[in-house]
Design a protein around this ligand. Structure first.
Ligand SMILES: C[S@@+](CC[C@H](N)C(=O)[O-])C[C@H]1O[C@@H](n2cnc3c(N)ncnc32)[C@H](O)[C@@H]1O
Length: 212
């Protein structure tokens, strides 16, 4: 196993919640998802979530008419909190780079996961591309390190931290160079929507790209 993946395993194997707050579904829809997706778009579609451990989005996606939701995480115990008995819920444990699925996917989603795999961006994007349908959509949410507050938060954490500083514009260009259409690249702040809509003050950013 590579050193970087070992840091992720060490950090996340012990604590399933990582002290995270639990958010109201409507808050996540209005402040986060609405930036990049209308949930009606998921009707009869498949969605694959990379790094879905403790996903607070899983139940929101399963509230829609989507046909299948795949939860993938490196660490099985991370999926305990978000596991569902819904017959459309399907788990794939292990490194995303090694995932094998027979059918192509309509939506691939990653929340706070791409920041962990910056050293493997090329491999990740190749893998995302390999599982996406033509016209399929990839959506991600990550910290916006152009915002000084996010930069400060990253280094305030003194533990071995797999999150790497990366530039949202260079990141989106990796997809554009692969032939994707950039639909959205938006800085925002969940808690402070009116303050967060610039690249200096928005602590997070979301991206939506379409495979042409
Ligand atoms: C910061 S957590 C985010 C979890 C969740 N998506 C959320 O929004 O709260 C990142 C997750 O990515 C998972 N992860 C990291 N590298 C991965 C990989 N190569 N394949 C699959 N999952 C991975 C970690 O185990 C962890 O559960």
């Amino acid at each position: 196993m590579d050193k970087h993946t070992k840091i992720i395993l060490d950090r996340y194997s012990a604590d399933q919640t990582d002290g995270m707050p639990i958010y109201d579904k409507n808050y996540l829809i209005n402040r986060y998802l609405n930036n990049v997706i209308n949930l009606n778009e998921l009707s009869n579609k498949t969605l694959f979530e990379i790094g879905a451990g403790c996903s607070q989005y899983a139940n929101i996606f399963l509230d829609t008419d989507l046909s299948k939701y795949y939860a993938n995480d490196l660490i099985e115990s991370r999926l305990e909190l978000s596991r569902s008995t819904d017959e459309r819920y399907y788990e794939i444990i292990g490194n995303f780079l090694n995932v094998e699925i027979d059918n192509k996917i309509d939506f691939v989603f990653a929340s706070l996961t791409m920041m962990f795999v910056v050293p493997m961006f090329d491999d990740f994007i190749e893998k995302i591309d390999s599982i996406l349908e033509k016209d399929g959509v990839f959506i991600s949410f990550d910290p916006n390190y152009l915002c000084p507050l996010s930069f400060y938060r990253r280094f305030k954490d003194r533990k071995d931290n797999p999150a790497r500083i990366f530039n949202p514009f260079s990141y989106s260009k990796l997809f554009i160079d692969k032939g994707y259409r950039l639909d959205k690249l938006i800085p925002f702040s969940g808690p402070y929507p009116t303050l967060g809509n610039s690249w200096i003050t928005g602590t997070s950013f979301c991206m939506r790209v379409t495979k042409l």
